[in-house]
Design a protein around this ligand. Structure first.
Ligand SMILES: Cc1cc2nc3c(=O)[nH]c(=O)nc-3n(C[C@H](O)[C@H](O)[C@H](O)COP(=O)(O)OP(=O)(O)OC[C@H]3O[C@@H](n4cnc5c(N)ncnc54)[C@H](O)[C@@H]3O)c2cc1C
Length: 291
């Protein structure tokens, strides 16, 4: 199918884009890499009368350290992130999450802002964002604001972005030195969206787990943080017993797992537990410096 007729504008600044979106309130849509939006247009599931392309706004394309966090402009492609030495060395978890997204062709065009704004339940970046405590910076006619990732993903394909609000930057705290991490997912074929996946971090002090973060993706409408599993780990010795307890909490946290033609809810719940147990073991090995 072909998309319905739409107008196309390519502003050169965020201010200009925000003004265009305000002037076409409710009728315009932002275009980033187009990897999710173009298929939706072609299937006529989205029918904006105007596309506001952010692709000609250089101020949205960067990866840098800023105030002790990793700051990534919303229009930065996944390939740029994948190739960034800063991301690979200082936030290897995000580097690994990037490598798991689709195929090189998709990463060449798809942007970090597009993935966050699209909020696909099976996407890697939203889960990485909540595991790492990322913050979303936005621009709207009333001014800028910051949204904690914990408050950003509201439901499947729905975020806290208001009408005409532009996601401008994703801010990701660096992991403290010595913190282990893991990103694992299960998909039918390499490059497919995950059926289920997990992002974990783990710190060990004096032989005991001092902090942990567990996020799941692909199992619920939004990325799911498993705080019960995190709490169960703190103070325990890193090992099979503690990891299995956390894995069980992850299974229980997926109360109403997604069920579709790719996998049943029960299978997704099973995967959530299996992946969390495996990821925690991997993160512990990284924390000890043995991986
Ligand atoms: C074959 C295939 C496989 C894929 N596999 C994966 C995968 O394994 N994992 C994964 O996570 N993704 C996957 N994707 C999706 C891909 O990562 C997309 O790049 C991403 O979902 C959207 O990013 P985009 O830059 O292309 O955004 P677009 O498609 O241009 O936009 C997506 C949505 O976000 C809005 N938007 C975009 N940028 C902004 C912004 N800055 N501010 C406000 N709103 C904005 C748009 O209006 C639109 O509603 C796959 C896509 C394809 C086609």
């Amino acid at each position: 199918m072909k998309p319905p007729v739409f107008d196309y504008l390519a502003p050169r600044s965020v201010a200009e884009a925000a003004e265009l979106l305000r002037a076409h309130d409710g009728e315009a849509k932002v275009l980033a890499g187009g990897q999710s939006l173009m298929p939706l247009l072609a299937m006529r599931l989205a029918r904006p009368s105007l596309l506001v392309d952010l692709g000609r706004i250089p101020e949205l394309d960067y990866v840098r350290e800023d105030g002790g966090v990793l700051a990534i402009g919303a229009m930065t492609t996944k390939t740029t992130i994948e190739r960034s030495p800063l991301v690979r060395e200082r936030q290897p978890l995000f580097h690994e999450a990037t490598r798991l997204i689709g195929h090189p062709q998709i990463r060449n065009r798809g942007t970090v802002g597009g993935s966050m704004a699209q909020a696909d339940p099976a996407a890697e970046y939203p889960a990485a964002a909540i595991a790492l405590g990322a913050t979303m910076r936005t621009a709207r006619p009333e001014g800028e604001r910051s949204i904690e990732s914990a408050n950003f993903f509201l439901s499947a394909l729905t975020t806290a972005l208001g009408p005409g609000e532009i996601l401008t930057e994703v801010r990701i705290p660096f992991l403290p030195r010595g913190t282990g991490w893991s990103v694992l997912e299960f998909s039918r074929r390499h490059g497919d969206f995950a059926i289920a996946g997990t992002v974990v971090t783990l710190s060990i002090e004096a032989g005991r787990i001092s902090s942990a973060r567990i996020a799941l993706f692909g199992v619920a409408a939004t990325p799911l943080r498993v705080t019960s599993g995190e709490d169960a780990l703190v103070g325990e010795r890193p090992g099979q017993a503690a990891f299995e307890t956390a894995a069980q909490k992850a299974r229980m946290a997926t109360e109403e797992p997604l069920s579709d033609l790719h996998a049943s809810g029960e299978y997704r719940r099973h995967l959530a537990g299996a992946l969390v147990g495996q990821a925690l073991a991997e993160a512990a090995a990284r924390a000890r410096g043995t991986l």
